[in-house]
Structure formats: structure tokens, C-alpha cells
Design a protein around this ligand. Structure first.
Ligand code: FER
Length: 469
């Protein structure tokens, strides 16, 4: 009786686990087997069907997390059922990984003729040694089907069944900020204006940018050098939107004052330019114009803004040739909000040799086809990968992305980061050697008040303070 109750409770709890999984299952590729086969032989008609034995003589296998050879000595013990017009398979053999771990395989399934081809599916079970690096193989339900032929053998692909996951569930949450940050700090930096000349489409432009100069900055102290963070505003905003935003929203200058005064980051210079032709907000009602401006800003940054601002202030840049600018990319960050986040993704794509650290804040990367239709996240991600592959910096970049669940950019940016994370050859998401980070604020909205809170968390991560005093 007691045992029955235990069994019944187990049954109920298992049911509730099953019900919690609302998403449809999906398949994740695990490995491909290239199996060489020997001469087959038969037993003939048995009580169960016509028994047919196909020796497994060797081969190889490979997947994203495993590879090795197939050992000789196994076989596929087939049973042909002529009445039901199908073949039952039962292949039993052993595979050995490149690092010497033996894994027992039992792969059972059917081949049933259909009008178009055959229904040929099997379900392999793996027995990997407990405590080995391949123990994960034991904990999965797999499906397998042939994938093309090979001489004297067969190729099979194996997938694991898993729940389709909602990427949002694995994205890091963004905490709030201490109340003190909402009050002005005692030691305050100042906001200066720099002017520089540039050009676009043959048109000469005289433009300004704002510079947050931290408390205690002394131009004459040439020994002290400062890292530089460039932050681009959103569509319809201007060069002061981050530092002193409207409507009593948390000012970034105040966040910087606190972070620096409290020793959470080294003093930095923060430069807030504009992608517009200076005071003309030509992008406000003309989004396609703004997209074009954000796409080309990297040229202006490298050729016009960096040379002026980084020689005017004490930075790591000593000479303004492109080799010197590239050599100091680690001392530079580029970020932006909304259309400024778009500028940031374009900076990553076109100007990663000039900047190493990227802060896309509430915005995804817009990529278009010939018909001028915005492409889905996987296309944008593939484009970014292609751009980075063509760059000498390779995987040497750092992305700190932020958005909110109630932000119009929350979903598209989450989708983009998820798509990027599926290119592990370029983007390492949520791993010890990560170069792609993304956090989502519950209830976070598309405005500077929340964005400047994100920067409170983000900025100390870029150049961690040396802990040794
Ligand atoms: C995004 C969502 C919204 C984005 C930009 C916007 C670049 C807003 C644009 C605007 O109206 O200015 O993902 O990414």
C-alpha cells in the first residue's frame, strides 16, 4: 500500500513537471556517424521475421562537442517483416572518442516504405561512462536518420530532443541602482564642448560633441591618461541627451560622478557626439535618413572626432595616424541608445579596428535586402559575423548589451543576441571567455532614465579597476 502511494505521488509530480513544459520540443544536432559495413548474412525465417545481420566494421563520428571512431565488432540485427512490409533495425556497437572514451550504442528503429522514399528513423541510446566528459550523452532522448550514403556504409545524423527555450529565460536580469545615485554627487565632473571639422557626401561640416570631464582632471598632468567612452543618442535626440536628459531623468553625468567618486571605476572621458549635421535634426521624421547617418558615423569617428578629442584631452592616443588609433582601441568604448545602438552595431561591423568595447543600449542591428525590407535577426547576425570575419581583430571585442522587457527594442535585441550566440566561432555568450553579454531589465522602458541606470552597471565592467593597491 505504502509503495503504491509513493508511486502515485511520483506519478502526480511527474505529470506536473510535464505540464510545466509549455513549449514544443525541438531538435538539436548532436553528431553524424559515418559507419562502414561488412558483408551481410542471414539466419532466414525465424518466429519473429527474417533475421538479417549487417556487420559494423568501423567508421568515424563527429559533432559540435564530440568526435572519434566507430569500433569494429558491432552489427545491425535486422528483422524483416514481409507481412507488415517493414524492417526493424537494432544496431549494437561501440564508439570511441578521440580522447579514448568508449561509448556503447544501441540504435533501434524502422524502415517502412512510403509513397515518397522510406520512413527510416531510429532512436539511439548511448551508454557513456559515469564521470566521463561524455556523461551528458546518457541524459537525452535522441532521434536519428540516414543522411546520404557512403561507399560500403551509411551516414546517419543524430539529434537530441529538447524543449524550445525562450532566450529571455537565460538572459541576465538587471538590478536597480542604489538610491544615492539619484542625488547629485559632491565631486562633480564638468561638461565641455569640442568642435571638429568633418565631411559627408562631399559636404563640409563643422560639428560639436560634448565631453564629460571627470572631477580632478588636470590637463597639465600628462602622465595621467584617460580611457574614452563615446555614446550616441537616439533618433530625435541630441548631444546632451545622455549627460543631462530632459524631465528629471537620471543624468549620466551624475552616474559617472558617483561611480568615479566611490571608486567603482577609474575616471574616464565620456564623449557624446551627434550623427546629425550638428544642430539640424534631419532624422526626426525621416528614419531612412537617420539609418544612413548611423551607418556612416564610424568614418567620422575615426577620421574627424577621435583625432581632435583624443589629442585635446589626455588619452592613450599620441599620434592621429590610423595605426596609432588602431593600437589604442582597447582604451575606447562606443555605445548608444536606440538609433545610437544601431550606430554601435554598425561601429562593430565597420569600425571594430578602432574600438574594442561596445555598449548597444536598447537597439538591434538593421540589415535590409534588395527590396529594402528589414531582415530577421538570423540574417543580421550572419552579416555581423561576416563583417567580423573580414576584420583582423577577429573575436577580440567585448559587447555589453542592455534592454528592457517593456522596451520596443527588448524583443528585437533579445532575438539578435540569441542569433549571435548561435555563432560560437565568433560570439561567446554566457561563457567564461565571453565577448557577448546581454542583460534585460524587467519592466525596463525605452528612455534615458532606464538607459543611464544600465550604464551604472555596465561602465565598471569595461576596464575593471586594478584591485592591488
Ligand atoms: C529598435 C527598436 C526601436 C531599434 C530602434 C528603435 C535600432 C527606435 C527607433 C526610433 O524610433 O528612434 O530595436 O534598434
Amino acid at each position: 500500500m505504502k509503495r503504491l502511494i509513493v508511486f502515485a505521488t511520483m506519478f502526480v509530480s511527474l505529470l506536473s513537471v510535464a505540464c510545466a513544459q509549455e513549449s514544443e520540443p525541438e531538435l538539436e544536432f548532436v553528431l553524424q556517424l559515418n559507419v562502414t559495413l561488412g558483408e551481410s548474412y542471414g539466419v532466414g525465417q525465424t518466429p519473429h521475421g527474417i533475421r538479417h545481420i549487417i556487420p559494423i566494421t568501423g567508421g568515424t563520428f563527429e559533432g559540435p562537442n564530440i568526435k572519434g571512431e566507430i569500433l569494429a565488432g558491432g552489427a545491425d540485427y535486422q528483422l524483416i517483416n514481409t507481412q507488415l512490409n517493414r524492417t526493424e533495425l537494432e544496431a549494437i556497437y561501440c564508439i570511441r572518442t578521440h580522447d579514448g572514451v568508449n561509448i556503447h550504442v544501441r540504435n533501434t528503429g524502422i524502415i517502412a516504405p512510403q509513397t515518397s522514399g522510406a520512413y527510416f528513423y531510429t532512436s539511439p541510446k548511448f551508454e557513456a561512462p559515469v564521470g566521463s566528459a561524455y556523461e551528458w550523452l546518457n541524459n537525452g532522448i535522441y532521434v536519428c536518420r540516414p543522411s546520404g550514403g557512403m561507399q560500403n556504409g551509411i551516414c546517419l545524423k543524430v539529434w537530441k530532443i529538447r524543449d524550445a527555450y525562450d532566450f529571455r529565460n537565460i538572459v541576465a536580469p538587471i538590478p536597480g541602482i542604489p538610491d544615492a545615485i539619484r542625488q547629485p554627487a559632491q565631486k562633480q565632473g564638468r561638461i565641455e564642448t569640442v568642435w571638429y571639422d568633418t565631411e559627408r557626401n562631399g559636404k563640409k561640416l563643422h560639428k560639436h560633441a560634448r565631453v564629460y570631464v571627470p572631477y580632478g582632471y588636470n590637463k597639465r598632468d600628462k602622465k595621467k591618461r584617460y580611457n574614452v567612452i563615446y555614446l550616441m543618442h537616439g533618433g530625435g535626440d541630441n548631444s546632451l541627451s545622455f549627460l543631462t536628459p530632459p524631465q528629471n531623468w537620471l543624468p549620466l553625468s551624475q552616474v559617472l560622478d558617483h561611480l568615479i567618486a566611490e571608486g567603482q571605476m577609474e575616471p574616464v572621458l565620456v564623449v557624446t557626439p551627434t550623427f546629425y549635421d550638428d544642430d539640424e535634426n534631419i532624422g526626426v521624421n525621416r528614419m531612412e535618413h537617420a539609418i544612413d547617418l548611423t551607418r556612416h558615423f564610424h568614418w567620422e569617428l575615426e577620421h574627424s572626432l577621435i583625432p581632435v578629442v583624443e589629442r585635446q584631452y589626455n588619452t592613450y592616443l599620441q599620434k592621429t595616424d590610423s595605426a596609432s588609433i588602431a593600437a589604442t582601441r582597447g582604451h575606447r568604448a562606443f555605445g548608444g541608445f536606440s538609433m545610437g545602438a544601431l550606430t554601435t552595431w554598425f561601429q562593430l561591423a565597420y569600425g571594430n579596428d578602432v574600438v574594442r568595447n561596445f555598449l548597444p543600449l536598447s537597439g538591434d542591428c538593421w540589415v535590409y535586402n534588395e527590396k529594402n525590407e528589414k531582415q530577421p535577426a538570423d540574417v543580421a547576425a550572419a552579416w555581423l559575423v561576416k563583417q567580423l570575419e573580414a576584420s583582423p581583430v577577429g573575436k577580440d571585442f567585448q559587447i555589453y548589451g542592455y534592454s528592457g522587457t517593456d522596451d520596443i527594442a527588448g524583443t528585437p535585441q533579445t532575438q539578435l543576441v540569441e542569433a549571435l550566440s548561435k555563432h560560437p566561432e565568433m560570439f561567446h555568450y554566457g561563457q567564461p571567455d565571453e565577448n557577448l553579454r546581454f542583460s534585460l531589465r524587467q519592466g525596463g522602458q525605452h528612455f534615458y532614465g532606464h538607459i543611464n541606470e544600465y550604464l551604472y552597471h555596465a561602465l565598471p565592467l569595461i576596464w575593471p579597476k586594478a584591485t592591488a593597491e
